[in-house]
Design a protein around this ligand. Structure first.
Ligand SMILES: NC(=O)c1ccc[n+]([C@@H]2O[C@H](COP(=O)([O-])OP(=O)(O)OC[C@H]3O[C@@H](n4cnc5c(N)ncnc54)[C@H](OP(=O)(O)O)[C@@H]3O)[C@@H](O)[C@H]2O)c1
Length: 262
């Protein structure tokens, strides 16, 4: 019994046919919807040629992901952060904008749970990343996506550190063009990306319609003026709000986690 046939054109239905040719009775489509949901990343990746993108961030009750001085450590609880590390381990890559690297200098590895470290990707159009950033300083894999390589010495220094600098297409906003970067990453076999902020990158992905899933960890604290999780999406009527196609809500310790699909 087969839940859902593999939609990869290289294999689609061939296995089932071989079984049938050898006299084995094959039934397909058993709990097909559930099987597709279980394999949502793979099916999306094969169908679109793009990685499945999950946006994840931790916010205060009043929707802030950092204070007005840019401090975000830590908004979620220890249990919430362990959950976030489990999410990391389930993805091929983790992506952040250069704003997050400059503000937090994150390591972006899986430390609080067992699991492999995904590739780290930083969107950094003009190669502003400091050479002593944590994502450039350890043995892990890091890719810096840029649109302008005029500082060739810095490019070479990063390459000597064993990290990759990838020149990508420039978008209309004079920044890394997200859709073409996603295509390049998919061609390299990256089927899933966890986007960990910050505001500008999250907003750009939502505007582009590139996000498939959003995991929002809401902690019971209030920060007042600060950095918002999502910026201007040009929505002026509530009727035009982005509404997820499915949603799950759970508690992790004191935090509430919204797990949304678009
Ligand atoms: N609570 C949380 O979960 C959490 C998680 C992460 C970050 N944060 C907080 O978020 C804040 C940083 O957010 P941020 O908005 O300043 O920075 P960001 O979103 O991390 O990075 C924005 C920068 O990325 C670069 N970029 C390149 N291509 C882009 C594209 N296509 N679209 C958008 N950006 C692109 C741009 O710089 P160039 O033009 O130079 O390329 C842009 O200024 C920090 O305070 C940090 O603490 C909180």
């Amino acid at each position: 019994m087969i839940g859902a046939l593999d939609t990869n054109p290289l294999v689609n239905g061939k296995g089932a046919q071989i079984l049938r040719d050898h006299g084995v009775e094959v039934v397909t489509g058993i709990l097909e919807q559930e099987a597709r949901e279980l394999n949502e990343v793979y099916f999306y990746y094969i169908r679109t040629g793009l990685p499945f993108i999950t946006i994840k961030y931790a916010q205060s009750l009043d929707g802030r992901i950092a204070t007005s001085r840019g401090d975000s450590r830590w908004i979620s609880s220890e249990k919430g952060r362990r959950f976030a590390h489990r999410l990391r381990a389930q993805h091929d890559a983790i992506m952040v904008g250069i704003g997050t690297v400059l503000a937090d200098d994150p390591l972006l590895t899986v430390r609080l749970v067992k699991g492999r470290n995904p590739l780290r990707i930083c969107l950094d159009s003009h190669l502003r990343i400091p050479l002593n950033s944590q994502v450039l300083s350890d043995d892990g894999k890091t890719l810096i996506a840029i649109i302008d390589a005029h500082d060739i010495k810095k490019v070479e220094a990063i390459q000597r550190q064993g990290k990759e600098v990838l020149m990508v297409q420039e978008g209309a906003n004079g920044r890394v063009e997200l859709r073409s970067l996603m295509k390049v990453l998919a061609e390299r076999g990256i089927s899933s990306i966890l986007v960990e902020g910050g505001t500008e990158v999250i907003t750009a992905l939502l505007k582009e319609g590139l996000a498939n899933r959003m995991v929002v960890i809401t902690a019971p604290l209030i920060l007042g003026k600060g950095v918002e999780g999502i910026g201007d999406l040009g929505i002026i009527d509530v009727g035009r709000a982005i509404r997820p196609s499915s949603r799950k809500v759970k508690r992790i310790g004191e935090d509430i986690v919204f797990d949304l699909r678009f």
